[in-house]
Design a protein around this ligand. Sequence first.
Ligand code: CDP
Ligand code: MG
Length: 736
Amino acid sequence: DVSDDDKDKTKGNGVKRKNSIVNGSSDQSRGGQNGHKNKKRRSSVHNGDTPQSKDSAHGPSSSQSKRPHVNGSGPSTPHSAKFKAVQEQRAQLPIAKGREALIEEIRKNDVTILLGETGSGKTTQVPQYILESGLARNGMIAVTQPRKVAATSLAQRVAVEQNVSLGDLVGYAVRFDEKSSTETRIKYLTDGMIVRELMSDPLLSHYSVVIVDEAHERTLRTDLLIANLKTIQAKRNPKSDAKGKGNADASNPLKIVIMSATLDAEKFSRFYHNAKILYVKGRQHPVKIYHSAESQLDYTDAAMRTFFQIHTDQPPGDVLIFLPGQEDIESLQKSIELYARQLPRDKPEVLTCTMFAAQEHSQNNKAFAPTPPNTRKCILATNIAETSITIPGIKYVIDTGKCKEKQYLARTAGGGFDTLLTRDITKSSAMQRAGRAGREGAGVCFRLYTEDAFNNMAVAGEPEILRCSLTASILNLKCLGQNLEELDLMDKPDLETISSALKTLWLLGAIDNNQKLTAAGRQMALFPLEPQYACAVVASKEYGCTSEVLDIVSILSASSKLFVDISDQRDAVTETRRKFKHSSGDHLTVLNAVRAYREIAAAENKHARREWCRKHFLNERTFLEARDIREQLVVTCTKIGIDVNASAKDNDEPVIRSLGHGLAGNSALLQPDGTYKQTMGQTIVKVHPGSTLADKKVPAIIYDDLMYTNQIYARGVSAIPKSFFLTHALLNQKKA
Ligand code: CDP
Ligand code: MG
């Protein structure tokens, strides 16, 4: 069962030359661009009107001499050893050789599609090349990322490469966190953030170049961006045959660069009028791939056994294990650490690190630190380590073949809901994962699935737009005066999903009977929240309890759960949690926990706070993140005249009612037989056993979401007066 399909990875790129960037090989370029083979003009930069542009003709190493934006604070001096080393590294990247050809292509074409293996330097270098060549004129360069972690860590890296403080020349913007200034020319941002920016700047006129990175992931926001960029470009870029006609802003043309690690670029090219496809050849070493002989029932257990086999039998080199999600990562980490302590003394130490989107930045960064001597590092990661991030030192990859993916079940449950399902990865992910082992030398990949299973994998994943709820997106598009149905999308979602989203928006009072955006809907869209929670915040104004609603909503919007579940200490957890328990349910239980933490935080030092959280099985990270989120929500509230200090004191009812406005679609009524049935659908839902209302029957409930396992469970549940539902839609519409 040993195979070596390393060749898979290079097959099809049609690149056999030394030259990194091939800009005309006939199987890659489409749309009559053939024939422009490797036009290598030294004087390729035509708009040489900025000081930086001259540098580009001399390659990256000289760009350091003229950097107009150097800021005195923080960065190392231009000639420091560290800075030299960084420039050396830049020049060594595979993409550096193709720099001029690449800039030339971007200069010539409105849209460029750039493919290349992870680690070749696309994400960090292309924006700098563009900046240094003067191609961006005076506008900014946006680089979009599907993931927050990637956006912030890349900005940090590029700031170091440019020798500037983060937030000056190089900045980032992610939800609830931004570091940029008027100086900023290169901005890393999540695809969600740039879609939000469309609201205040519909033509994205601040940007001269938009680089859509990791486009192959086809996230919902990336798809919306790709569609919008096409229309924006049609408006901003004058076509030679339509001299200035209908061009709102012809003096400010837009360049688009689509970047991706996989070979599925044809579709992007067709979408953008047969745009040119370029390829960067990476430095990939051979990777030996082993499939398991039979399918594994327990992939975490199999991963652990494989890790210790590597550790005892194989030469030095770090190990990267791909797992579907945080829970698996944390439990495997514990097992590995436990087992490692029992190893004989003469074996190297085992150092574990974890990487997943919800984890704090500094924790994720630990994986990048050099491995200490006589130690083997074991990194446990989700698919964030698949393409967005390059981790040095990896020689072995263990691939469980699983990932977690959001799936919207529009049909299953009347109203429809998102679920996060663990599922098999695609072929292209499997190849990416194996590729992580061959970055610095020959490597080995252990697949915990059979070769047959690999062969049966889907080639690429389904775009997110076809499998997620569209409520927030449709609301945001309405603010832009756009209807999702009319958008020029690469893939169009089905009508059922669209109408379910419209129904929810109507219930929230965000759109009226004619599907027109209401004033309340416009306010909701200003909040970087799910529309349900934005609606609750807006509603809290009338009930005079904005302070409490903000406390709750910011916790619910953080990326990790507040209440930690430790399965082997369940009794202790239940006992401790009783302290915060509120009789009306989970929302006010959250509020109780927030209040308790606030008291501790005011009185105690950092260490005591952490200890308190640990003792109460609360995730401090969630508190800290929620505090930042709350600050942002306060800004938005203040802008639209909502008094953020309005408090209901100890009166719970207004808080529940405010939440009820947002969660009206997520509600169920008690049936005579003791089950709950959705008010908006026919589905029977059970209260999740982890809920404070699990053992109590109340006439009516609202809930945050549904989880689908063997049954449909409601999570984040609160009791609400039944009478509320007789009037809520009317209330929302009247307010609107
Ligand atoms: O986008 P692509 O995968 O082609 O490469 P990249 O993200 O631009 O990374 C190029 C190189 O920059 C990596 O091989 C790393 O050596 C370095 N890098 C880093 O040191 N720290 C980061 N946060 C990102 C990249
Ligand atoms: Mg990249």
